[in-house]
Design a protein around this ligand. Structure first.
Ligand code: ATP
Ligand SMILES: Nc1ccn([C@H]2C[C@H](O)[C@@H](COP(=O)(O)O)O2)c(=O)n1
Length: 231
């Protein structure tokens, strides 16, 4: 990363977790860009492996079948916050991983322990390689992937606010149906046995329901700067 980071600053690791639609991606990307850090969207990695399983006809009702092929696809994440990328076996899947089909199946795939082990290894190696530090966003970053992160943030927002944000993004999708789908995915992600969606004990919780995106970004940038200043 060549933008913005003070050359002498110690690499800083920031973990941002929370349920769907709380603003993790938008906040993490902006904070990383502003502070000259790398950025990793771990949800995109779980979506990418899910896309590969769908494309290859793996039975997603069968965790054993998922586990057996979890090591096969090569998933590569680009960590520039200005242009994050994700490829599977060299194919750009940034569009296909956002389809309704992948969204509806990603919780089943990401609940399989062999999938999590594989993706967690990738995440840790990308974090270790980030020269100036990194903002990593997901569901289990503060609790499992990077338990020694310098700063942990847990974003929340009411289901209504999250559904309104998502349906705005999906060009007027039904807010009620969007709310139900979010709640269902959160429940699956929070109740799985391996590394569920959870707030780390030492995470700072930020309720974004009544905040603009700019306010959330400012809040997180301030928390990172305070951490760097040793406050
Ligand atoms: N504080 C906010 N106020 C209003 N809109 C917001 C706020 N934060 C994010 N948004 C908008 O909400 C939508 C969802 O945000 P984002 O994708 O960052 O959430 P997320 O937590 O990463 O979701 P997911 O886990 O499902 O990927 C985006 O359209 C984003 O611009
Ligand atoms: N650290 C993570 C990140 C994501 N997942 C799973 C669960 C989510 O429903 C799915 C998609 O994430 P999104 O793109 O909506 O952020 O990926 C996970 O299990 N652990």
């Amino acid at each position: 990363m060549e933008n913005g980071a003070a050359p002498t600053a110690k690499p800083v690791i920031v973990a941002i977790d929370g349920p769907s639609g709380t603003g993790k991606s938008s906040t993490s990307k902006a904070v990383a860009a502003q502070l000259g850090l790398s950025y990793l969207d771990t949800g995109a990695q779980y979506r990418a492996i899910t896309w590969w399983m769908v494309t290859n006809g793996i039975d997603l009702e069968d965790p054993t079948a998922i586990a057996a092929v979890a090591g096969k696809p090569e998933i590569v994440s680009g960590t520039d916050p200005a242009a994050p990328t994700i490829t599977v076996d060299g194919v750009d899947v940034s569009g296909p991983i956002r389809t309704q089909e992948v969204t509806s199946k990603v919780s089943a795939v990401s609940a399989v322990p062999e999938v999590r082990t594989r993706i967690t290894e990738l995440q840790r190696s990308l974090a270790a390689a980030a020269e100036h530090g990194i903002v990593v966003e997901g569901r289990d970053i503060g609790t499992t992937v990077l338990p020694d992160a310098d700063l942990k943030i847990f974003l929340t927002a009411s289901p209504e606010a999250r559904a309104a944000r998502r349906s705005g993004e999906l060009k007027g999708a039904d807010v009620h149906a969007t709310r139900e789908a979010l709640i269902k995915r959160d429940a699956a992600d929070s109740s799985r046995k391996t590394s569920p969606l959870a707030k780390a004990d030492d995470a700072v919780e930020v309720d974004t329901t009544e905040l603009t995106l700019a306010q959330v970004i400012e809040c997180v940038v301030t928390l990172v700067e305070e951490k760097r200043a040793g406050k």
